[in-house]
Design a protein around this ligand. Structure first.
Ligand code: SF4
Length: 297
């Protein structure tokens, strides 16, 4: 059995930067480092960093005694946070290491600017994204509550058009979460374009370039192998999107979180197997999975 790892899989620039910064801090012996939410949506990599002293917090932990106190340090991950989180940390005297990805920071700024352009005349900002995803919460939190309408797909967009929560007769500025699929965004854009009534739709190209190019390369990779083993954490929305993309061109696509999920029955001796992952899947884990597959036959 031939096993090949996708050369383009592995962490994106934003995740590499956040993890590198955390490791540098932990190596320096400067004390405990908190991360607000999982620094990466991969249980294996998270366990590795937590074994080195990283403490992952949920938002509600900020108010608990176990949370960071004045003088302690907290890392903001690549997804970013809304301004009210920074304000709360400032108030508590917590030192912040801001690892918000520059691409996400630029998108936050664009959303603030778009809102101030359209809102005074009754226009709206619409975001194609996953409701409740941390990056989306950070984006939506840039403007006042209810100022950004989030739709996950064309069905939700149509429902918002039908109930009037998206007003087609007022200007709309459309954005995408950085990790959404280019095809999904194109479908949402087309549907909204067709629905506008005498108002202007401005579409912003805000899918991360690393994600967009990975979509193209991954389809090719999935097509050129007999079996695909896609490795990503359960919490990774980018992982779910990319795995589905592989499955569309190669029905023999299997999704696992770690070596423990592999099943020998998926493979035949003559298969060419491709191993790939999401922007949150570490290279070392892909190598571990590839090694375990080779040992199956
Ligand atoms: S996917 Fe792109 S935008 Fe999102 S964190 Fe990674 S590099 Fe930044």
């Amino acid at each position: 059995m031939q096993v090949e790892i996708d050369a383009h899989s592995g962490f994106c620039g934003g995740v590499i930067r956040a993890i590198g910064t955390a490791e540098k801090f932990l190596d320096s012996g400067a004390g405990r480092l908190y991360s607000l939410g999982a620094i990466v949506h991969n249980e294996e990599e998270l366990a590795r960093l937590e074994s080195r002293g990283l403490v992952t917090l949920g938002k509600s932990d900020l108010d608990k005694p176990a949370g960071p106190v004045g003088g302690e340090t907290l890392l903001i991950r690549a997804h970013g946070e809304p301004p009210r989180v920074y304000a709360r940390l400032r108030e508590a005297g917590v030192k912040v290491i801001d690892c918000t990805c520059p691409v996400v920071l630029a998108l936050q700024k664009k959303i603030r600017e778009a809102y101030s352009r359209v809102a005074p005349a009754g226009g709206q900002v619409v975001l194609f994204g996953k409701i409740g995803h941390p990056e989306v919460l950070g984006l939506v939190g840039q403007v006042e509550e209810g100022g950004v309408i989030v739709v996950e797909n064309v069905d939700q967009l149509q429902a918002c058009l039908a109930d009037g929560s998206i007003r087609r007769d007022h200007d709309i500025e459309l954005f995408s979460q950085t990790t959404k699929s280019p095809e999904g965004y194109a479908a949402v854009r087309k549907c909204l374009q067709g629905a506008m009534r005498g108002a202007t739709l401005t579409v912003h190209d805000t899918i991360c370039q690393q994600v967009a190019s990975r979509h193209r390369e991954l389809q090719e990779f999935a097509r050129s192998h007999d079996v695909i083993v896609f490795v990503s954490g359960r919490e990774s929305s980018n992982g779910r999107v990319l795995c589905e993309l592989c499955r569309r061109v190669n029905p023999r696509t299997w999704h696992i979180g770690s070596v423990a999920g592999l099943q020998p029955g998926w493979f035949r001796k003559e298969d060419r197997v491709g191993v790939c992952g999401a922007t949150s899947t570490p290279k070392w884990l892909l190598e571990e999975v590839a090694g375990a597959i080779k040992n199956l036959h």
